[in-house]
Design a protein around this ligand. Structure first.
Ligand code: NI
Ligand code: MN
Length: 228
């Protein structure tokens, strides 16, 4: 079993589990200023949707329509996608787990908001813990730090993928606090430097993770695979 993670810029990632492509929060070049790859060139068998904000969902329906991917999202977002004319969705809600062909997925809470781009109600925002290929990976989604992250950390995480860009989500300081609750083996930052409003010194943050925590930080490079 091999598992790799690729950052596409902003909060968009591909998890490659033995060749099965699981795309988190599709937001690609043309829409995403940090992305280099257009949605037309992205393979996907599954999509994990953390919440309904445009910077996470604007490319979901086009990606799903071209690839036929199963879109895993909360009930409200799944219904919104169905209303857009795409039927292949799997509804979940906070705290629920389900085993898919690639692995087990648990939907976690997130402290954020979640309307769809057209104003439709998006339910509660979330994150995901994915257990696949012998790894347990937490995608926090857009969230503030919250102390119940300790419950997620108690699952035993190989990797946490955290937003660090501040303003809309936790920033660099709170992401360090999140690591105290989550205690993952490694961390990959996301949701930063896409626009000036979420600009942070990511290299300084990586150094702080090295010196202030026991977690291994991984600086992602757009479209470059990180082997897990
Ligand atoms: Ni958001
Ligand atoms: Mn966002």
């Amino acid at each position: 079993m091999s598992v790799s993670l690729t950052w596409h810029g902003h909060g968009t990632f591909t998890l490659d589990i033995d060749g099965t492509m699981v795309v988190v929060d599709p937001f690609f070049a043309g829409n995403n200023p940090a992305a280099k790859t257009a949605v037309e060139d992205i393979p996907a068998e599954f999509v994990l949707q953390t919440h309904g904000h445009a910077d996470h969902i604007v490319d979901t329906v086009p990606l799903a329509q071209r690839t036929g991917a199963l879109v895993i999202a909360n009930f409200e977002i799944g219904t919104w996608i169905n209303n857009k004319g795409y039927a292949n969705t799997h509804p979940m809600n906070t705290g629920g787990s389900y085993t898919f062909p690639f692995g087990k997925v648990k939907m976690t809470p997130a402290l954020h908001s979640s309307s769809l781009p057209d104003g439709y109600y998006g339910g509660d925002p979330g994150g995901f813990v994915v257990e696949a290929g012998g790894k347990r990976i937490y995608f926090a989604g857009d969230t503030a730090v919250f102390s119940d992250m300790a419950l997620i950390g108690a699952m035993g995480l190989d990797l946490a993928v955290l937003p660090i860009g501040d303003n809309f989500t936790m920033g660099p300081d709170d992401a360090l606090l999140a690591l105290e609750y989550l205690k993952p083996k490694a961390v990959v930052p996301g949701h930063y430097n896409t626009w000036p409003i979420i600009e942070v010194d990511v290299e300084a943050w990586i150094e702080r993770v090295k010196t202030e925590t026991a977690v291994t930080p991984i600086l992602p490079v757009v479209d470059k695979k990180i082997e897990l």
